[in-house]
Design a protein around this ligand. Structure first.
Ligand SMILES: Cc1cc2nc3c(=O)[nH]c(=O)nc-3n(C[C@H](O)[C@H](O)[C@H](O)COP(=O)(O)OP(=O)(O)OC[C@H]3O[C@@H](n4cnc5c(N)ncnc54)[C@H](O)[C@@H]3O)c2cc1C
Length: 486
């Protein structure tokens, strides 16, 4: 039963946690606390400022270690922007803004033009592109007809051939109105949706659209979301629905001048209760009717607070390590798997940094695990003086993991081979990324079991696992949880 006087604890000050706070406020709740273990908000939206020098001028610019871009389909993120009063640039960029440009590179460094029929023309290439175009059209039609209902946020009912969630809608606000942020749920039954539990490669084969993987692979696998032989099609198509995928192809994307972290810093600054930083939740006990949350400050001091409800936006597979998890929670959460996505920001030998972002598609296969798949050039005007972020995946179901140090040296060698020798790494990390469940667990109804747990022991689950590991899906998942249960 909704009670706006309830005291609510939110674990995590990333996009999901802050979005929970925003939507709680929109519903009239005033007594909530967001605990964030780091000294900053934004989670994996982390945009450090780095000193750069170009034409003798030194200045500080934002770079991205995590989230970079959005698209017209980022409705929930638009609501965060509006709340915080801080907005994206693009898709049409002015000089000096972090615009989006990219090229394709072979592993030997040659610039490739896989989608331009006239460059390196051959009949084979032409026929391949015609086939691709035909299959893109076919997939688009199938998603609107055979798979109607696929494009709402989240996975409720999909394994049973049903759909229920916030419609991705139109024109911002997740299809809702400016006055009321919460309507616009769609619900229905469509047995074909069960196909979405299949790994994406099998889903494409089933529907005779295998070629489309050539389009989807760059903004999916190189962005760390895993390989198509393992990831359920639902994750691929809910993130890269046809509209969003085409925005990627046509480079109609959004970025933020001060980085994606700035979205959440602005949101946090406008909240009635900004996140409590450097405060890690280390214990959760849930006796009848209450939630006791123990937090540890940066000085190591532990205190326990009492709440009516708890919202967990942090990795659920770790929740059982510090909470009094039930047998069902423990069993369910132990099935979660995540990607090991690694990246670094580096400077390059003088005059040798990439001055445009690049995909290395040949490295986006499990056999090339640990190799650089993509590099991101953020500031065009810095030309060959701009540091770049480089990314690789370190795990794949059925293959041995690659250790972090090996990934780092492998990426260095890859960048050198394509003509961009690295001078210095300014920053490097491995990230807990894209939590999901296997195709088999998805088909067995994992998400419906999670839904059955929502509200038990006064606990609600939000964050990346609910829909997908991007800014939009995490903020939309928070909107859904607050909308339905609070
Ligand atoms: C390299 C990279 C590129 C990306 N590119 C994009 C992109 O271009 N577009 C896009 O939309 N998304 C992108 N993403 C994904 C996006 O950043 C995430 O999906 C999003 O940040 C998830 O938000 P979240 O709040 O669910 O989790 P997180 O961002 O992980 O935030 C969780 C927060 O919880 C805190 N926390 C954890 N445990 C505790 C605890 N016990 N107590 C207190 N606090 C705790 C963490 O410190 C963290 O701040 C990218 C991510 C990475 C890493």
């Amino acid at each position: 039963m909704a009670n706006t006087n309830d005291r609510i604890c939110i674990i995590g000050g990333g996009p999901a946690g802050l979005a929970c706070a925003v939507y709680l406020e929109k519903k009239g709740y005033t007594d909530y606390v967001v605990y964030e273990k780091q000294g900053k908000v934004g989670g994996k939206c982390w945009s450090p400022k780095i000193k750069v020098r170009h034409n003798g001028v030194e200045e500080e610019k934002s770079f991205e270690t995590g989230a970079i871009m959005g698209a017209i389909t980022y409705h929930a993120v638009s609501e965060m922007e509006e709340f915080g009063g801080y907005f994206h640039k693009g898709p049409d960029f002015k000089p000096g803004e972090p615009n989006m440009r990219r090229e394709f590179r072979t592993l030997d460094g040659a610039v490739d033009h896989p989608f331009e029929p006239k460059v390196n023309f051959s009949i084979k290439k032409m026929l391949g592109l015609l086939k691709l175009k035909k299959q893109m059209k076919k997939l688009n039609e199938l998603m609107q007809t055979k798979y109607v209902g696929y494009d709402c946020y989240g996975h409720l009912g999909v394994a049973k051939g049903e759909y229920y969630g916030i419609s991705k809608g139109v024109d911002g606000y997740c299809g809702a109105t400016k006055e009321n942020s919460f309507p616009n749920y769609i619900k229905g039954s469509n047995p074909n949706l069960k196909d979405l539990a299949l790994p994406f490669s099998e889903f494409c084969k089933l529907n005779g659209v295998e070629e489309v993987q050539r389009i989807w692979i760059a903004p999916f696998t190189s962005f760390g979301y895993g390989f198509f032989d393992e990831i359920p099609a639902a994750l691929v198509m809910k993130y890269l629905d046809v509209t969003t995928a085409l925005e990627f192809v046509n480079m109609k994307l959004w970025t933020w001048q001060d980085g994606t972290q700035a979205i959440y810093e602005h949101v946090n600054a406008k909240l009635q209760h900004p996140a409590v930083l450097e405060t890690e939740v280390v214990k959760v006990e849930r006796p009848e009717g209450k939630v006791l949350v123990t937090v540890r400050s940066k000085d190591g001091v532990e205190t326990t607070e009492t709440f009516d409800k708890l919202i967990v936006t942090t990795p659920l597979d770790y929740f059982k390590d510090y909470a009094d998890a039930t047998a069902e929670e423990t069993e369910l959460f132990s099935k979660i798997i995540h990607e090991r996505y690694c990246d670094y920001i580096a400077t390059f030998e003088p005059g040798k940094s990439p001055n445009i972002s690049g995909y290395m598609v040949d490295n986006m296969v499990p056999e090339r695990l640990g190799h650089a798949m993509v590099y991101y050039n953020r500031w065009q005007y810095l030309d060959r003086d701009c540091p770049a972020t480089v990314y690789a995946l370190a795990n794949h179901t059925g293959s041995p993991d690659v250790d972090f140090d090996t990934v780092m040296t492998t990426m260095d060698a890859d960048m050198k081979r394509v003509g961009f020798p690295i001078k210095e790494k300014l920053f490097a990390q491995e990230v807990y990324y894209c939590p999901h469940v296997s195709a088999a667990d998805y088909a067995a109804g994992w998400y419906d079991r999670l839904e059955a747990l929502q509200g038990c022991k006064n606990t609600y689950y939000a964050g990346e696992i609910i829909s997908f590991g991007d800014m939009e899906d995490t903020c939309a998942a928070s909107k859904d949880i607050i909308g339905r249960f609070f």
